[in-house]
Design a protein. Structure first.
Length: 455
């Protein structure tokens, strides 16, 4: 009897194994993203916005017919030219971003709530996929370049700090204390994409991503915190490193504007959903939210959730945007969006006990890491000093320094651009901030525990 049960289990397990193998053999990252987002996020209702309301921006799309096309596809650094390249310029950018290590690490970075024990809470990675899905939906309906919008969206948070915006604030405090450049994640995402993330070419050499201007521009100019309506792209082709603060200029392309707005649409609804899951919002809070919707949309009669909010925002945006006016919302929906943002700040972002790690704790963790690495500076002998370390936390940092400086020990397969001069203490301190910004939440905590509790 027992033997029969075991044999039956073996057959079942074998069948499951075959089914699982079949699934992996047929795996498509794009299908995974699309299926997951359509099922778990929202299905926009475009009822009433068909016909003349759609494809209104087809003549404005960033395609070969656009007069700014050659500027848009100019790459920051050269990429390998393949004899039989079947992808478009923006498809290449999308692939280069998705296959970088920085993109992988987003899975383990906080969106709003740290979530080591809750698989249902949004991470920075799931937020990025949500923005990508929304941006593609909007771009498709407006007749814009979906591939460009997707590439920008996938890379827009590639340089976000660990612990979300709290980590961003902590690193900025450190930077300003040491008279370095201010730290803001939009600028850091551009720096990550341009200077730090690499991929191997066909010869096994590590090269920079070398993204196009249009994608890089969309990354640094994606800030959705600025409350503006009916946005139009700027006309100037500028040096993106001249931008000194988030929201200083508008994106260069319509697709960049779509991502900027999609970012805001994505986080407003999903942050409410996450806050509800972990008990930050109660029935009274939800009633307040419903009253906000009723205020701006009197005939609103549905559950207030992520699906509802996204459907309202996306449908209204497609209906009311035009090349003449810009990309934006009707007045009631624009005011609704601002009221929900204020609601989120009051009840979620600034709420007491809403997070597992406070700003003060975050400051302590990242400052401790910075201070310990800063003590290891030895001017001309810094790299050799770091390389002698036997602990993984110093050893890994030494590999970062080695990769991004010109030095004799640099492996031959590193063909990426050098960033730091180790004889300059400010360069070294900047290297520490850059290194910390790439850490996942968990690795930052492990590094902190190592330095704070030496055995």
């Amino acid at each position: 009897m027992i033997l029969a049960i075991l044999q039956n289990r073996a057959v079942v397990n074998t069948q499951k194994s075959i089914e699982k193998k079949t699934i992996y053999n047929n795996f498509s990252p794009k299908l995974l993203i699309s299926n997951r987002l359509d099922a778990d996020i929202f299905v926009p209702s475009f009822k009433g916005v068909e016909g003349s309301d759609t494809k209104k921006f087809s003549t404005e799309a960033m395609t070969k017919e656009n007069p700014n096309w050659l500027k848009a596809i100019e790459r920051y650094t050269p990429v390998e030219q393949k004899k039989y390249e079947i992808r478009t310029e923006f498809e290449r950018d999308r692939n280069r971003i998705m296959h970088s290590e920085g993109f992988d690490r987003l899975r383990f970075k906080t969106q709003v709530f740290p979530s080591p024990d809750n698989d249902m809470i949004s991470t920075r990675s799931s937020h990025v996929f949500q923005v990508t899905d929304i941006a593609r939906n909007i771009s498709k309906k407006l007749g814009l370049n979906e591939e460009l919008a997707e590439a920008i969206a996938l890379g827009h948070d590639i340089g976000h700090a660990p612990f979300g915006h709290d980590g961003e604030k902590s690193l900025n405090k450190i930077a300003l204390t040491h008279r370095l450049q201010p730290f803001w994640h939009e600028k850091n995402s551009l720096r990550m994409a341009d200077k730090f993330l690499t991929l191997q070419n066909s010869k096994g050499q590590e090269n920079n991503l070398g993204l196009t201007y249009a994608v890089r521009d969309g990354i640094i100019n994606h800030c959705g915190e600025v409350d503006e309506n009916f946005i139009k792209p700027r006309k100037d082709y500028i040096n993106l490193y001249d931008i000194q603060k988030a929201g200083q200029v508008q994106p260069f392309t319509w697709e960049g504007i779509v991502v900027k707005i999609a970012d805001k649409i994505a986080y407003l609804g999903r942050d409410i959903e996450d806050a509800s899951k972990i008990g930050v919002l109660n029935k009274k809070n939800h009633q307040e939210l419903k009253e906000i919707l009723k205020k701006h949309i009197p005939d609103f009669d549905a559950e207030v959730n992520n699906t509802t909010l996204m459907s309202i925002f996306v449908t209204d945006l497609v209906k009311n945007s035009s090349p003449q006016k810009g990309i934006g919302f009707s007045k009631p929906v624009f005011n609704l969006m601002n009221d929900i943002k204020n609601y989120n700040y009051k009840n979620i972002y600034l709420a007491k006990d809403a997070k597992k790690i406070s700003q003060q704790q975050c400051d302590k963790v990242l400052k401790t890491i910075f201070d310990n690495y800063a003590l290891m500076y030895r001017k001309n002998d810094t790299l050799s000093f770091l390389q002698k370390a036997t602990n993984p936390y110093t050893n890994n940092f030494s590999k970062w320094i080695e990769k991004y400086t010109n030095n004799q020990s640099k492996p031959r397969n590193y063909k990426n651009t050098a960033v730091y001069d180790m004889t300059d203490y400010n360069d070294y301190k900047q290297a520490i901030i850059d290194y910390i910004s790439g850490m996942t939440d968990k690795y930052a905590l492990k590094t902190y525990n190592f330095f704070a509790n030496p055995s």
